[in-house]
Design a protein around this ligand. Structure first.
Ligand code: FES
Length: 202
């Protein structure tokens, strides 16, 4: 759809002027009641564009926190969204007493994926691993004051990327680890569950 953004690296958020302003201006036009002047041909597109992004989403999209690569990461997770092809990579630096000392991410994806990665890294930085593993996409979405329903699937990436990075940390340490990928049956977090099928996240 219009949010297929795998070819637009999330790192370059500032260069992506197209999304936020378009949806805001479309919304303003709709609020003024301008919708009835839009031709039938354009109506579908306008309805789709007028997605309601919270201020927090726009803020984290425009100025994402913790972007980049952690050279001394000891847990790295990469996950892909089967639905849109977007990719998120999460780098964790975990101390011996299992505190997430530092975290960075790279997201090659849509505005919602970038915003959710950004706020998710804020939520786990400095926290114990056990807490980070409890991070749910619902909690991430709530911290962003919500996401449009059709964008909820984008928020799943952040939760999965954290879990994949933690799994990688335990693997590197040689510690047996029960993978906590609730409901994920396709190995979307890089963990091989032994089978693959389409994900329907929405
Ligand atoms: Fe792919 Fe949002 S459209 S993560």
């Amino acid at each position: 759809g219009e949010d297929l953004a795998a070819d637009e690296p999330g790192l370059d958020a500032h260069a992506r002027k197209d999304r936020g302003p378009v949806s805001i201006s479309s919304r303003c036009r709709a609020e003024r009641g301008g919708e009835k002047y839009i031709s039938r041909k354009n109506r579908k597109e306008t309805t789709t564009m007028a997605m309601e992004y919270s201020e927090k989403v726009m803020e984290h999209f425009a100025h994402p926190h913790n972007v980049g690569v952690l050279d001394d990461a000891n847990g790295v997770g990469e996950v892909g969204n089967a639905k849109c092809g977007d990719i998120m990579r999460m780098y964790l630096k975990i101390t011996d007493d299992e505190i997430i000392e530092d975290v960075k991410f790279q997201t090659f994806g849509c505005a919602s994926a970038i915003a959710t990665s950004s706020i998710a890294t804020d939520m786990i930085k400095g926290r114990p691993l056990s807490e980070a593993l409890k991070l749910t996409n619902q909690a991430v979405v709530e911290s962003l004051d919500g996401l449009p329903a059709v964008k909820i699937h984008c928020s799943v990436l952040a939760e999965q990327a954290v879990k994949a990075a933690v799994a990688d940390y335990y693997k590197r340490k040689g510690i047996p680890y029960e993978h906590p990928c609730d409901g994920c049956e396709e190995g979307c977090c890089g963990h091989d569950h032994g089978h693959a099928h389409d994900h329907e996240e929405e």
